[in-house]
Design a protein. Sequence first.
Length: 215
Amino acid sequence: MEDKKALFGNKETLCILDAGAYIGEMALAYRRQFPQARILALEPFPEIHEVLLRRTNGFNIECYKLALADQTGAADLQVFNHAPANSLLTPHPNRGNVWGEGVMKPSGLITIKTISLDDLFLEFGIQHLDLLKLDVQGLEYKILNGAKELLKKGGVDFVYLELILMPTYDQQATLSAYFHLLEDTGFELHNLYNLSSIRGQLRQVDALFKRKNEP
């Protein structure tokens, strides 16, 4: 958070999108650091969305029961006994070796509303995102790939995302795929945070990418 504050400097008219907001920890942290920012928080799981609404009440955070995805419409959300693992991707057979047996036990499917980044800009009157935060359990690559032209045109300055590196979901992207996509759309790596390892191997890390012309 201190790195982000330093990068934005004294800019007050920030627009921040928190996709995969869960119960609002990051959205509230952004509000504390950037009092004048417009903050949008997306959380599609109904029970968690209600918690998000209660926790952010009075903090001028726009909360929507939506999932950011590569397409606008409806999709099946895979629900797990550990709610933060809920994903639009199906679980990988070897996930237990990465996160422990029982941590990602499927408990059903629900249909949720999805929106692409391009359509979100149009629907909510967003001209520019200073920060796009993605914590969407393996779907980060599809979202970014579906918005390549928007990214290339400079619609987003900073992308902060969770990168899952060991088998957790089917169709999750590789680390090299993320780097190639973001480099191709005009971004470079700024720093890595919150490294998580198992048996000496990195399984997950948060990464902050910045547009190459940013200081």
